[in-house]
Write a protein that binds this ligand. Structure first.
Ligand SMILES: *[C@@H]1O[C@H](CO)[C@@H](O)[C@H](O)[C@H]1NC(C)=O
Ligand SMILES: *[C@@H]1O[C@H](CO)[C@@H](O)[C@H](O)[C@H]1NC(C)=O
Ligand SMILES: *[C@@H]1O[C@H](CO)[C@@H](O)[C@H](O)[C@H]1NC(C)=O
Ligand SMILES: *[C@@H]1O[C@H](CO)[C@@H](O)[C@H](O)[C@H]1NC(C)=O
Ligand SMILES: *[C@@H]1O[C@H](CO)[C@@H](O)[C@H](O)[C@H]1NC(C)=O
Ligand SMILES: *[C@@H]1O[C@H](CO)[C@@H](O)[C@H](O)[C@H]1NC(C)=O
Ligand SMILES: *[C@@H]1O[C@H](CO)[C@@H](O)[C@H](O)[C@H]1NC(C)=O
Length: 798
C-alpha cells in the first residue's frame, strides 16, 4: 500500500501526532533542545501576554515565525524572525535549538534563519518567551546569549532600546513591513541620528529623511518636536546617553495596560493601546500627522491627496507600475506612462507632446531653474528637452522644469497659498487612442483617417498660430473665452437640451469637431474651487464617460465643453420613439453593461470616489455606435449646496432617488446603484417607471415586474417594451430584472456594487433570486390601490 494513494491516512497520522503533542506545549513558554516547534504549535509567555509560533499574514501564502499578543484575535504581530525569508510549509518546518542557537529550518531541513550567537557553551540552551514580548536565549548558566529585543522589526515595546551601540556601531532601528500582507523589510524606518545627536529620524529607503523628533529635552522629558509626548498619559519616556551606548526607551505607567508603538507600512509612527473590552486597538497619535508628509509616499508620478481615499493616485495617462502592490497600499513603485512620449521618437515626429495642468499642487522635488520670462517660454524649454517631464511658471523669470521622475507631489486643498500649477508632459493620444474600432477599420480607412487627422492638425496649428497661445493645450482641458464659445455655438442658437444643471448647445470648434456646450446655472463655488473640480473632471477618461474638452469661467459665466454625441440621450430613444429607430434588445443590453462600466469607473477607479448623484436616462448619451457615454458626472459636487435644491425639484417627478436621499443619511455610491436599478426597468419597458395618471393614481412598473418574477418568470418577455415585439433573450431579460431588483434594495448594504453588476451582466458572477424590496412589498400588499403599469393603462395615459 502506497501512502500517496491514501492521503487521508497521512493527514490523520499528522493530526494524530499534533493531538498528542499539543498538550505538551499548551501553556509552555520555552523551546528546549528536546522540544521544537512546528505546524500550529506555539509557546505562550507565563502571564499569557505574548504568544510565539508560525503565522500567516493576511492573504499571503507564506508563513513566518512571529510574536503576537495572545489576547488579540487579530494577531497583531510585534516581532518577526524570518521577515525576509518566508517559508511555505509550516507542518514540515521547525524552530528548534541546535548547537546553542535557535534555528528555523524549512520543509527541506535547510536552515533559513538562526540566532547566530557565539556562545561557547551549547549545553541546555533554551529559548523563553517573556511577558514583555522578549524572546530570550539562555545558556546553562542562565545568562542571556541572544534576545529578540536586540533585533527589533517594526514594533517598539516597553523596555526595548532604540539606539546605537557606540562600540560596535550597531544601530537598533524600527523598519516597517513592506505591506500589510508582507513583513519583509519595508521602505520606511525610524532611526537614531548617525551624527550622535539625540534626534530620531524617519527615513524612506534608508536615505531620505522626512521627519525628525527634534532633540531630547532632558528637563521636560520630551522631544522638542513631539509635544504629544507631554500629553501621553500612558507612557514614561527616557533617553540614555553614556560612553557605551545611547538609546531611547519607554515604559508603561500602568503595567496592566497593553500598548505598542510601531512604524506602519504607510511610513507613520503610530501609538496604539489595546482596549480589552472592545477587543480592538485604539490609535492615540501618529507622526507625521499627515499621510502626505511621508516623503514620496505615492512614488514616481503619483499624487498624494490628504483629503481623498486612497491617498495616492497616478497622474492622468499614467497607471500603477504594479497594480498588485498598489492594491495592498504599497505605492512605492509609483506610476508608469500608459503612452510613451513622442519626443525623440523619429517615427512619431509629426506629433508633438502636450501638457496637462494640475492646479493647486505642492510641486515635486528636484526642480531646475531655467531662464524663461513667460509661460510660453517655460513650456518651450520643457518641450525642447526630451528628458523634461514637467514645468511650472511662477511669473517673472521664475520658470522651473523637472527632468525624469516626478516625486513627492501633493494635491493641496483649495485656497492653500502654496498651491502652484504644474504642467506635466503627456503624449498626445491621437494615434494611441484605446478605441479599438479604429484599428479594426481596415487599412484604407486607417490611411484615410491618418491623412484627415494630419490635415486637421495642420489647420489647427495654423489657427493656433493666429490665436493667443494662452490656453489651447492639446490633450488637456482647454480654457475657452466666453467670446470664443459664443462664436462656436453661433451665439447659443442650437439648443440640444436642458437638465438639472443648465442648458446644452451645439457648437463647432475651429478644428471642425462638434461639441456640446453646457451653460451651468447656480454654481455656488468660488473660482479656484471651480477650476480644481474641472481639472478633476478633466482627468477622468473612460470609454463610457463623456470627455470634458474644456471650460469657460468668466465671473458668473460658467460653461463646460464636451464631445458631441450624435445619438443624443437615452430618454429620447426610450420614451420618444418617433424621432429615432427602436433600440433592439442587444443594444439595450449593451447599454446596461456600458452604464455599469462607466459607473464602476467613477466609483472605484477614480482618484476619489465620484458619486454621480443624478443617474437617469437624460444623462446617458449615445455615440454614433450607440456606445454609452455618461454625462454630468462630477457636477453634483460642482453645484454644491445648490444641488439639494435641484434634487428637491426632481423628487416630485422622478423615481430614481434612493430612499437615503429622503431619509437624510449619508449618500454613498450605492445611491447611484439604486438609480441604475430603476433605470434598468425603463430600459426593459421603454416607459417611465412611475407616471401619475389624471385621476391622481400612480402606476409603478417595477411592481408589475415583481409579480412576474414571483410567478417564476414564465412569461418574462411580456414585460418587454411593446416596440420590441417580444424579440428579446429570455435569460438576459431575467438577469436584468434580477439585477434591477438587487440594485433597488432598501438597505444600501444589500445592493451590489457597480463592479459586481458588471461581472453579473458579463456572466462572470451568478445572480440569485432577489428579495422584493420592502418598499415595493408595501405596494404589492395593497394591490387594489395600485394601477400597474400595463399596456392598456399606458395607452390610456399617452
Ligand atoms: C553571524 O555572525 C558572524 C560573526 O559574528 C558574521 O560574520 C555573520 O555574517 C553572521 N551571520 C548572519 C547570518 O547574521
Ligand atoms: C534565570 O534568569 C531569569 C531572569 O534572568 C530568572 O527569572 C530565573 O529564575 C532564572 N532561572 C534560574 C534557574 O536561575
Ligand atoms: C531605494 O534605493 C535603491 C538604491 O539606493 C534604489 O535602487 C531603489 O530603487 C530605491 N527604491 C525606491 C522605492 O525608491
Ligand atoms: C560600559 O562598558 C564597560 C565595559 O563593558 C562597563 O565596565 C561600564 O560600566 C559601562 N558603562 C556604563 C555606563 O554602563
Ligand atoms: C515632500 O512633501 C512634503 C509634504 O508635502 C513636504 O513637507 C516636504 O518638504 C517634501 N520633501 C521634499 C524633499 O521635497
Ligand atoms: C514611436 O512612435 C510610433 C508611432 O507613434 C510607435 O509605434 C512606436 O512604438 C514609438 N517608439 C518608441 C520607441 O516609443
Ligand atoms: C535636458 O536638460 C538637462 C538638465 O538641464 C540636461 O542635462 C540635458 O542635457 C538636456 N537634454 C537635452 C537634449 O537638451
Amino acid at each position: 500500500m502506497k501512502i500517496e494513494n491514501y492521503p487521508w491516512i497521512k493527514i490523520s497520522f499528522v493530526s494524530l501526532c499534533f493531538l498528542l503533542l499539543t498538550p505538551l506545549y499548551h501553556g509552555a513558554d520555552t523551546i528546549t533542545s528536546s522540544h521544537s516547534l512546528s505546524g500550529d504549535q506555539t509557546i505562550v509567555s507565563a502571564g499569557h501576554i505574548f504568544e510565539l509560533g508560525f503565522f500567516q499574514p493576511g492573504s499571503s501564502s507564506n508563513y513566518y515565525i512571529g510574536i503576537w499578543y495572545k489576547q488579540d484575535p487579530g494577531q497583531a504581530v510585534v516581532w518577526v524572525a524570518n521577515r525576509d525569508d518566508p517559508i511555505s510549509d509550516k507542518q514540515y518546518s521547525e524552530l528548534k535549538i541546535l548547537n546553542g542557537n535557535l534555528v528555523l529550518t524549512n520543509e527541506f531541513k535547510t536552515p533559513i534563519w538562526f540566532t547566530n550567537s557565539t556562545s561557547t557553551t551549547t549545553k541546555s540552551t533554551e529559548a523563553v518567551i517573556q511577558d514583555d514580548g522578549n524572546l530570550v536565549l539562555r545558556d546553562e548558566h542562565n545568562s542571556t546569549i541572544w534576545q529578540s529585543f536586540d533585533h527589533p522589526t517594526h514594533t517598539w515595546l516597553p523596555s526595548m532600546k532604540l539606539g546605537i551601540d557606540k562600540k560596535t556601531r550597531k544601530v537598533q532601528r524600527l523598519t516597517a513591513w513592506k505591506n500589510k500582507d508582507d513583513p519583509a523589510t519595508g521602505l520606511f524606518s525610524l532611526e537614531p541620528d548617525p551624527d550622535g545627536t539625540s534626534q530620531y529620524y524617519l527615513l524612506r529607503n534608508e536615505t531620505e529623511e522626512y521627519w525628525s523628533s527634534g532633540t531630547w529635552d532632558a528637563e521636560q522629558q520630551i522631544f522638542t518636536l513631539i509635544p504629544e509626548i507631554r500629553q501621553d498619559f500612558m507612557h514614561n519616556y527616557g533617553y540614555v546617553d553614556n560612553e557605551n551606548e545611547s538609546y531611547f526607551i519607554y515604559s508603561e505607567k500602568d503595567p496592566s495596560t497593553i500598548s505598542r508603538i510601531f512604524v506602519d507600512v504607510c511610513g507613520q509612527i503610530k501609538v496604539e493601546a489595546w482596549l480589552a473590552d472592545a477587543q480592538k486597538w485604539n490609535l492615540f497619535w501618529m507622526l507625521p500627522r499627515k499621510q502626505c508628509e511621508v516623503y514620496a509616499y505615492c512614488g514616481a508620478f503619483g499624487i498624494c491627496n490628504q483629503n481623498s481615499l486612497p491617498f495616492c493616485n497616478c497622474l492622468r495617462d499614467f497607471e500603477p507600475t504594479s497594480q498588485s502592490d498598489w492594491n495592498l497600499n504599497d505605492y512605492s513603485r509609483g506610476c508608469a506612462r500608459k503612452n510613451p512620449l513622442n519626443c525623440g521618437n523619429h517615427t512619431a515626429r509629426e506629433v508633438r507632446d502636450g501638457f496637462y495642468p494640475y492646479l493647486n499642487m505642492r510641486l515635486p522635488e528636484h526642480a531646475q531653474s531655467v531662464a524663461a520670462a513667460s509661460l510660453e517660454g517655460c513650456q518651450l524649454a520643457c518641450l525642447n528637452n526630451c528628458s523634461c517631464t514637467a514645468y511650472a511658471y511662477d511669473g517673472g523669470d521664475r520658470c522651473s522644469i523637472w527632468i525624469g521622475d516626478l516625486l513627492n507631489m501633493t494635491q493641496l486643498s483649495d485656497g492653500d497659498v502654496n498651491g502652484k500649477t504644474l504642467y506635466v508632459k503627456q503624449a498626445t493620444s491621437k494615434f494611441s487612442s484605446s478605441n479599438k474600432r479604429m484599428i479594426v477599420g481596415g487599412a484604407v480607412g486607417v490611411i484615410a483617417m491618418v491623412i484627415m487627422v494630419l490635415c486637421l492638425l495642420f489647420i489647427w496649428k495654423q489657427k493656433r498660430k493666429k490665436r493667443t497661445a494662452t490656453k489651447t493645450v492639446e490633450g488637456a482641458v482647454i480654457a475657452f473665452r466666453y467670446k470664443d464659445l459664443q462664436n462656436t455655438t453661433k451665439n447659443f442658437s442650437e439648443k440640444l437640451g436642458g437638465g438639472g444643471f443648465g442648458s446644452v448647445f451645439k457648437g463647432t470648434l475651429p478644428d471642425f469637431s462638434i461639441v456640446a456646450v453646457k451653460k451651468l446655472e447656480s454654481i455656488s463655488q468660488g473660482e479656484k474651487q471651480f477650476r480644481t473640480e474641472i481639472s478633476t473632471i478633466g482627468t477622468i477618461q473612460h470609454v463610457n464617460l463623456i470627455r470634458l474638452r474644456g471650460f469657460c469661467s468668466e465671473g458668473a459665466r460658467k460653461l463646460l465643453v464636451y464631445d458631441y454625441m450624435p445619438n443624443g440621450s437615452l430618454d429620447n430613444h426610450l420614451f420618444h420613439e418617433k424621432d429615432s429607430e427602436v433600440l433592439n434588445w442587444e443594444t439595450r443590453y449593451k447599454i446596461a453593461v456600458g452604464i455599469a462600466k462607466g459607473l464602476t469607473y467613477l466609483h472605484e477607479k477614480c482618484r476619489s470616489c465620484i458619486i454621480h448623484c443624478d443617474i437617469k436616462p437624460e444623462n446617458i448619451l449615445l455615440d454614433a455606435e450607440f456606445c454609452v457615454k455618461i454625462t454630468d458626472f462630477g457636477l453634483a459636487k460642482l453645484v454644491g449646496r445648490e444641488f439639494s435644491r435641484v434634487l428637491t425639484t426632481m423628487r416630485g417627478t422622478r423615481g430614481y432617488l434612493a430612499p437615503e436621499w429622503i431619509s437624510g443619511v449619508a449618500i454613498t455610491a450605492k445611491a447611484d446603484v439604486y438609480s441604475y436599478g430603476m433605470m434598468l426597468f425603463e430600459l426593459l419597458s421603454g416607459h417611465r417607471n412611475m407616471e401619475q395618471l389624471e385621476d391622481g393614481k400612480v402606476k409603478f412598473f417595477p411592481n408589475w415586474v415583481a409579480t412576474k418574477i414571483i410567478k417564476g418568470g414564465e412569461d418574462i418577455l411580456s414585460i418587454l417594451d411593446d416596440k420590441l415585439k417580444g424579440n428579446g433573450n429570455r435569460e438576459e431579460v431575467m438577469k436584468i430584472c434580477q439585477v434591477a431588483y438587487w440594485c433597488i434594495q432598501d438597505g444600501e448594504n444589500h445592493r451590489p456594487s457597480m463592479g459586481q453588476v458588471v461581472q453579473i451582466l458579463e456572466g462572470v458572477l451568478d445572480v440569485s433570486m432577489p428579495p422584493i424590496p420592502r418598499s415595493l412589498q408595501v405596494f404589492l400588499d395593497n394591490q387594489e390601490h395600485i394601477l400597474y403599469f400595463t399596456k392598456s393603462s399606458s395607452s390610456q395615459s399617452s
